[in-house]
Design a binder for this molecule. Structure first.
Ligand code: PGA
Length: 243
């Protein structure tokens, strides 16, 4: 795993430029996208690059990592709403080519999500955040490494982390649909971004300890093409332990 420690601004720039370069090389590329507070700066720069006519998303396909169960797409905390408002509504992507896993009986049915990704050609670059408990997507500690897209019961720590986006903790859905760890490992390249002290323990365990299902992100040690981007705070514990 490659580790890059930089400021938030530098990381947003590096990651967005990598995505722009990928699209400009292969208009039909497949993006694996993430929600949460972490990737917002990257999406802002992608929208800016589109407005500056440096990139077009016309032929791009995307697959998102996860979605809450039980929130309407129009709910302002649904991940469909998040993706539309932070990226899709502001660029020329064909909305029919943007996929979010769903347990509704429609074309995004989660049971065939992995098959759809495979049939599309596989994810060229998967963007990831990380939870304070080491989850990636909604793969909580204890998730078997060989899981595909599935329904997940959210852990208390994740509900607490995400309560800040809802008016009360009780409003946070208790279940989500998530790409599995095996689904994520099938991406050709993985870029994980972590900001802030809240992530430093997860980053340390992910990179310094043996891969374990107790820390889902540690599976990435087994992936051949991963870059971890951290700000100083998120990398502090890891760096101190390497000294
Ligand atoms: P965050 O969430 O980007 O809001 O910190 C990351 C995650 O839980 O995967």
């Amino acid at each position: 795993m490659e580790l890059i420690i930089a400021t938030k601004e530098e990381i947003n720039k590096l990651v967005s430029e990598e995505i722009i370069e990928l699209i400009n090389k292969n208009n039909h590329c497949i993006l694996g996208l993430a929600t949460g507070s972490t990737p917002i700066g990257v999406y802002d720069l992608l929208v800016k690059a589109y407005n500056d006519k440096r990139v077009s998303f016309k032929d791009v396909t995307s697959f998102n990592l996860d979605e809450y169960v039980g929130l309407e797409e129009t709910h302002n905390q649904s991940y469909r709403y998040f993706m539309n408002s932070h990226l899709f509504d502001h660029v020329d992507i064909n909305i029919d080519n943007t996929h979010i896993p769903s347990n509704k009986d429609d074309s995004n049915n989660y049971k065939i999500y992995d098959e759809k990704i495979k049939n599309a050609g596989g994810i060229d670059i998967q963007l990831l955040g990380i939870g304070s408990n080491g989850h990636i997507a909604f793969n909580e500690p204890g998730t078997p490494f060989n899981t595909k897209t599935h329904i997940v019961s959210l852990k208390e720590s994740t509900i607490n982390d995400n309560a800040r986006f809802f008016s009360s903790k009780d409003e946070v859905p208790k279940e989500a649909i998530s790409m599995g760890l095996e689904s994520i490992m099938n991406a050709k390249r993985v870029v994980l971004i972590a900001y802030g002290k809240n992530k430093q323990e997860a980053i340390y365990k992910m990179m310094a300890l043996e891969p374990s299902e107790d820390l889902p992100a540690s599976i990435l040690q087994n992936h051949p093409n991963v870059t971890i981007y951290c700000d100083e705070e998120a990398s502090e514990l890891l760096v101190n332990n390497l000294k």
